[in-house]
Structure formats: structure tokens, C-alpha cells
Design a protein around this ligand. Structure first.
Ligand SMILES: [Zn+2]
Length: 303
């Protein structure tokens, strides 16, 4: 699966610059630097759904203030890109949008930069204190780490691997389920976090069994691709797999219904709106589309 909406990073991250102390000073003063201001995990977009990038000098913020909340995203031949975890900087006349809502509509460059910015800012928000001694940590490495000055340790952003799988039976039916917190009609492919000390393939077998009672043939697993899902820190690893059993029996409290859909049943349920598919920005949507074998009409998705 190519061109997954949130996996389209096109800009050089220039990781080697992150530890250069002069870098930020120069970048903040440069006329070709563009800043993405974040507001409660939302991004500023125009009515035409492109990101509102601003120049550093247009913000009500000094260089030293900015440095404490800046995330260096990368650079291309035209611009250097920085995100700022601070909305009190005088940005007006913009729409604040969630990456989930606008991610599929943004350009590859914009969505790649916004995905990195949202993932990093979520990590900073949840990791303000040293996990070893509890002291307040400071932003370091141009936003790519946090430093504890009490015992001189550095801490890096975490990504949590999660698997998602389109399970088919031998008759070609797809297995879809509804999580307990989802409204009626919202069904999707099964998914779950990889546990400590577990391979992703083992997580597929375990989660499918826990959520549906279905046994999956390990040899049938086919890796389909990955995309970051920074809500707040997941990396979704997608598979297709074939079941060796068909009787559904739920073993945990996560799901409220799990059922098989033949192609005809799937089309009928989507048309009748009794089945509402995940948003096109999700890897789940693309997995379901890969099973379906042709483009899925947008009106079949949750709005
Ligand atoms: Zn510490």
C-alpha cells in the first residue's frame, strides 16, 4: 500500500543539525524559515486545506522564547520548517483542524511535516518529567529529545507499534469489529498494540483471537505497509491474513460486535449505511479497500 495519507514525508529531516547550538539562532533569523504553530494538537489551515505557514518575525515571540517550544522538522531547497508548540502568538484568521480530519486532503509535504510535528508535540506534552528521578526536563536537540539536568540524561520520543489486520476466511469474507466505545454501525479491521517482548506477527495472532476467537494462519500473514498514527504515539503496521476458523467468540471486553462480511453483504450494509467505514486517512480504510479490490465510495465512510 503506497501513498498512505500520513506516511508521505518528503522533506529532509537533517538530523545532523539538531545538536548544533547555532542552528536555531540562524534559522529563526532567516527569511526562508516557515513556522507551523500548533494549538492543542490542531494545525492551522486555509479554507482550501493547505497549512498556514508563517515567518518567524510575524509571531509575537522572541528567539529565546521560541527555542524552548520549537521543533525542527527539516528543510528542503526552498525553506527551513519549524513547528512551535504555542498558540498564544497572535495567529488570527485561520481554521484549526485535526490531522485526522484534513490529513488525506493536505499535500504530501504539508502532511509529512504536520504528522511529525503532532507526534513530537504529543510526546513533549506527556513527558515533561524525568522517568528516572522525576525532575522537570527541558527541550533539547531542536525538539527531538528532553534533557534531565539533575542526572544529565537524555530522553527520546517514543513510538508505540500497533498491528492492524484485514482477516479473510477461505470464502473471501472479511472480519470487521466494533470497539465498545464506537457508535452503532462503526466497524473496522481488528487492531491492537504490540506488547512488551512480542513480535508484531505474534500480536496479530493474539489480538485476533482475543477480540474475535478466530484463529489466524501465521504462514498466511502478508505485510502491507505502515503509517504513523500520532494520536498520540502509534505506528500502525498493517497485514492481511487468512483465518483457519470462522466461529466468532469474543474473549475480552474491547469489542462489542465482530462479524464476517461477504462482498455482497459488505456492499449492501455500506449502501444502507448500517456499516460505516473508517475515515480515508486511516490505514484501516486502505486495508479494507485492498480486500474490496476497487475504490470505495467516500459516502461509505464515517463523516
Ligand atoms: Zn533525572
Amino acid at each position: 500500500m503506497n501513498d498512505l495519507p500520513l506516511a508521505r514525508f518528503t522533506v529532509d529531516r537533517l538530523a545532523e543539525l539538531r545538536s548544533n547550538p547555532q542552528w536555531f539562532e540562524q534559522a529563526w533569523a532567516a527569511d526562508n524559515t516557515r513556522v507551523l504553530v500548533l494549538h492543542e494538537r490542531s494545525i492551522p489551515v486555509t479554507d482550501e486545506l493547505s497549512i498556514v505557514w508563517v515567518k518567524p518575525w510575524s509571531l509575537k515571540m522572541s528567539q529565546s522564547e521560541a527555542q524552548e517550544v520549537a521543533l525542527f522538522l527539516g528543510a528542503d531547497e526552498d525553506h527551513t520548517y519549524i513547528a512551535i508548540m504555542e498558540d498564544e502568538v497572535g495567529l488570527t484568521d485561520v481554521n484549526w483542524a485535526s490531522l485526522r480530519d484534513v490529513g488525506a486532503a493536505l499535500s504530501a509535504k504539508d502532511v509529512g511535516l504536520a504528522t511529525a510535528a503532532i507526534a513530537l508535540s504529543a510526546w513533549h506534552e506527556g513527558h515533561q518529567f524525568c522517568p528516572k528521578c522525576g525532575a522537570k526536563t527541558e527541550v533539547a536537540m531542536a525538539g527531538w529529545s528532553r534533557k534531565c539536568n539533575v542526572h544529565d540524561s537524555e530522553h527520546y520520543p517514543r513510538t508505540e507499534p500497533a498491528m492492524i489486520v484485514a482477516v479473510e476466511d477461505l470464502a473471501g469474507r472479511i472480519l470487521l469489529g466494533r470497539r465498545r466505545e464506537w457508535p452503532e454501525g462503526w466497524l473496522s479491521t481488528l487492531a491492537g498494540f504490540v506488547e512488551a517482548g512480542e513480535s508484531c506477527e505474534a500480536a496479530v495472532i493474539r489480538e485476533v483471537y482475543e477480540e474475535s476467537g478466530i484463529h489466524v494462519d501465521l504462514q498466511s500473514l502478508k505485510y502491507m505497509g505502515s503509517q504513523p498514527w500520532p494520536f498520540p504515539a502509534s505506528l500502525m503496521l498493517a497485514y492481511r491474513a487468512v483465518a483457519t476458523s470462522t466461529e466468532v467468540e469474543m474473549h475480552d471486553e474491547e469489542m462489542t460486535e465482530v462479524q464476517w462480511f461477504s462482498r455482497d453483504e459488505f456492499v449492501a450494509a455500506c449502501t444502507a449505511q448500517t456499516l460505516k467505514l473508517p475515515s480515508p486517512v486511516s490505514i484501516a480504510f486502505r486495508l479494507i479497500q485492498s480486500w474490496y479490490g476497487e475504490d470505495i465510495p467516500m459516502q461509505w465512510c464515517r463523516s
